[in-house]
Ligand binder design. Structure first.
Ligand code: ATR
Length: 275
């Protein structure tokens, strides 16, 4: 019987992960089965325990359960501990081990696929929810010159920044929280949208002159051009959506589970072609 994996979320029917992991499995000759698993909003833990009790090998965790997954796992590896969010669970012996591959996925997409250098650059991260938590550590490890976290509710950005300042190894002089209205006059080389504003066709309130020459606007959402990317495009910034990040985080999960890292470029091309 094939080893069993799934993506768990609510909703989960839109998830592209089964497609991506099926492509990885074909490419690497791994015998796995990967499904979508809908958990009731009040039944995440029961659903996870049942999956592993029935012999499941690993789970990807998506909205809105990444935080609950962090609570549930027996221990965390890598960035999941600091992020306080888990998107990948692996059964190791009798233990459930939590990982977070979102940040690695973002940084790999930026640096390897899009050819962006984060080191020494001025970076603006918009949003202070789960998505920002997941990517902040890998971004800091790239040593940007400045990393500003902006959020509609400024207290949440402040508390996110304080949380990361507590980890000495991550301490970056230039990690600061700001409300959007304090961005006027600042310019950034990389602007990342980790808010959920695009779901409602909205975008954070940004000043017109935010983008430095040659800047990249990156939206973690994929599958449509968000209001943020439209705003950035007409102001001359290069634009990227989050499809590459989605595939890269999946490849990292696959590596954690199966010990082999698949090629991502053909899968990104396949998904773009089918979009
Ligand atoms: P996720 O796990 O996807 O990050 P979340 O924890 O609900 O989801 O966080 C959503 C983020 O998008 C928050 O930073 C939210 O700002 P608030 O903290 O002020 O709520 C941000 N967001 C959502 N809609 C927004 C909008 N229209 N404009 C600006 N920010 C928005």
């Amino acid at each position: 019987m094939s080893d069993r994996y799934a993506v768990i979320g609510n909703p989960v029917s839109h998830s592209q992960s089964p497609l991506i992991h099926a492509a990885f499995a074909r490419q690497t000759g791994q015998d796995i089965r990967y499904d979508r698993l809908l958990a009731p909003l009040d039944g995440f833990e029961d659903t996870v325990r049942r999956f592993f009790h029935e012999g499941g090998h690993g789970l990807n965790v998506t909205v809105p359960f990444k935080r609950e997954a962090w609570d549930l796992v027996d221990r965390c590896e890598g960035g999941a501990l600091v992020a306080e969010a888990v998107n990948t669970i692996k059964r190791e012996g009798g233990e459930l081990v939590g990982y977070n591959t979102d940040g690695t996925g973002l940084v790999t997409d930026l640096q390897r696929n899009l050819g962006i250098t984060v080191s020494g650059r001025r970076v603006l991260l918009m949003g202070a929810g789960g998505a920002s938590h997941g990517v902040l550590q890998p971004l800091l490890e790239c040593r940007p010159a400045l990393l500003v976290v902006a959020n509609r509710t400024p207290e949440r950005a402040g508390s996110l920044v304080r949380h990361f300042h507590k980890f000495a190894a991550l301490a970056v002089q230039g990690l600061v929280a700001k409300p959007y209205d304090a961005l006027a006059g600042s310019q950034f080389d990389l602007v990342i949208n980790a808010t959920s504003a695009g779901l409602d066709g909205a975008m954070p309130p940004l000043p017109d002159d935010l983008f430095a020459p040659g800047a990249l606007a990156y939206d973690m959402m994929y599958g449509r051009e968000t209001a943020f990317l439209q705003f950035a495009r007409v102001r001359g910034a290069a634009c990227a959506d989050g499809l590459g990040m989605l595939v890269e985080q999946a490849a990292e999960s696959f590596r954690i589970w199966r010990g082999v890292r698949p090629q991502t470029a053909p899968v990104i091309a396949q998904l773009r072609g089918g979009a």
